[in-house]
Design a protein around this ligand. Structure first.
Ligand code: 6GU
Length: 234
C-alpha cells in the first residue's frame, strides 16, 4: 500500500519508522510519503493559513498550497501507475472511523491523508479533491484534537496492521475488540494464581466448548456494561 501524508508537521510521522509499521515499511509492504505543506507555498513566509471569511475565531488553511500538494501527489500516483487513491481528511466533523472502515481501507492500493490544523481547511480543497478522487472526512470520535496528525497516525496504524503480512499471526486479528461488533473477552496467562487473584477456573479446564461459551458471555457482559451503544443496533 502507498500512503501519502500532507502536513505542516512532517516530523510527527517519524514514529512510523518504528515498531510493526516500521518493519512493514522495511519489508516493502507499506510505502510512505510525507509531504510538508509549506513546500507547496510560493511566498517568502511560506504562509498556509488566513483569517476566515465571515469572521470568527482562529485561522483557516488557504486552498492554494493544498491544491498544489494534491495535484502533485495525484500526478505522481498516475506516473507510478497507482491511480485512484482514497483521499482522507481527518476532521472532528467527519464520519466515524471504525474497524469496518479500517478493513475497507486496508485493501486500497493508495491512501492520501490531508492533515489540517487550526480551525480547518478551506472547504473548496475538499470539494476540489472530491472532483479528482474518492474523498472521505473521518473522525476518531467525539472530542477535539489540535490537528489531523495524531488522528492520521491512529488511522494508519489501524489500517496498516490489517494489510496481509504486516501482523505475524493473522488469527490474532480475528478475536479482537470490534471485529465481531463486541468488545474482546479478558485474557489471562501464567501464573494461575497471583497476589491472591485466581485465573477463572474454566480457562484451566481444557474444555474448549466451555471456554468458548465463557468468552462469549464475557464479551456480551462487558459490551453491555461499558458500550451498550454497540448492542442496540442488533
Ligand atoms: Cl480526525 N481531527 C481532529 N482535529 N480532531 C478530532 C478528530 C480528527 N477525531 C476526533 N477529534
Amino acid at each position: 500500500m502507498r500512503i501519502d501524508i500532507v502536513t505542516i508537521f512532517p516530523e510527527f510521522f517519524s514514529v512510523l519508522d518504528v515498531s510493526l509499521l516500521g518493519k512493514a515499511r522495511q519489508a516493502g509492504r507499506i510505502h510512505l510519503g510525507v509531504h510538508d505543506l509549506r513546500d507547496y507555498t510560493y511566498d517568502r513566509h511560506r504562509t498556509v493559513d488566513d483569517t476566515p471569511y465571515g469572521g470568527g475565531a482562529g485561522m483557516v488553511m488557504r486552498p492554494e498550497p493544498w491544491g498544489e500538494a494534491i495535484d502533485s501527489i495525484l500526478y505522481a500516483g498516475e506516473a507510478r501507475g497507482v491511480a485512484d487513491p482514497v483521499v482522507l481528511f481527518p476532521s472532528p466533523a467527519g464520519e466515524l472511523f471504525t474497524q469496518a472502515l479500517a478493513r475497507e481501507l486496508s485493501v486500497e492500493p493508495a491512501l492520501v491523508f490531508g492533515c489540517g490544523r487550526y480551525e480547518g481547511i478551506d472547504q473548496r480543497v475538499v470539494d476540489y479533491a472530491a472532483s479528482r478522487a474518492r474523498v472521505r472526512l473521518v473522525s476518531l470520535g467525539d472530542y477535539v484534537l489540535n490537528g489531523g496528525e495524531v488522528a492520521a497516525m491512529a488511522m494508519i496504524e489501524a489500517i496498516g496492521r490489517l494489510i496481509p503480512g504486516v501482523i505475524g499471526n493473522p488469527a490474532s486479528l480475528l478475536e479482537e475488540s470490534h471485529e465481531d461488533g463486541l468488545l474482546e473477552y479478558p485474557s489471562y496467562t501464567k501464573p494461575a494464581e497471583w497476589r491472591g487473584l485466581a485465573v477463572p477456573p474454566v480457562l484451566l479446564s481444557g474444555n474448549h466448548a466451555a471456554i468458548a461459551a465463557w468468552r462469549r458471555e464475557q464479551q456480551i457482559e462487558r459490551t453491555r456494561r461499558v458500550r451498550p451503544d454497540l448492542l442496540s443496533s442488533e
